[in-house]
Design a protein around this ligand. Structure first.
Ligand code: 5GP
Ligand code: ZN
Length: 115
């Protein structure tokens, strides 16, 4: 499984940087965002290093599908019982800060707004 030693999310997956875990299986890891923008705000990532959606290929399609179908289950478990928002930032103009593919899941009682 590809691992980038300089990648902050690879370090989180490896336990080298602490995180508040939401979910883990063989392929995926989910953890709370350190700067939450909603009452519930966590990210789901593949354990393997994929830099961004721009780097994803057909080979990653099952993984991406699993991330998206996991999102509603985890959102509910985390208390986002009335809907949630999913966001994937890609590249500089997409506002991506961390270059390890991640899906933001945000929910909880409004008002809250993601800029
Ligand atoms: P992006 O703009 O790349 O989609 O968002 C990256 C997200 O990762 C940001 O919301 C930021 O708060 C979060 N983040 C950055 N570093 C860390 C960290 O070390 N731990 C956690 N839990 N979240 C982080
Ligand atoms: Zn990585």
């Amino acid at each position: 499984m590809s691992h980038d030693p300089n990648c902050i999310f690879c370090k989180i997956v490896a336990g080298e940087i602490p995180s508040r875990k939401v979910y883990e299986d063989e392929e995926l890891y989910a953890f709370h965002d350190i700067r939450p923008q909603a009452p519930v705000h966590f990210m789901i990532i593949p354990k393997q290093h994929v830099a961004s959606l721009d780097e994803a290929t057909a080979e990653h399609a099952p993984l991406l599908g699993r991330i998206l179908t996991l999102a509603p289950q985890l959102a509910r478990e985390q208390g986002a019982t009335n809907g949630f928002r999913t966001v994937i930032n890609t590249g500089p103009d997409g506002g991506q800060e961390v270059y390890h593919l991640h899906v933001h899941v945000m929910g909880g009682p409004r008002p809250w707004k993601v800029g």
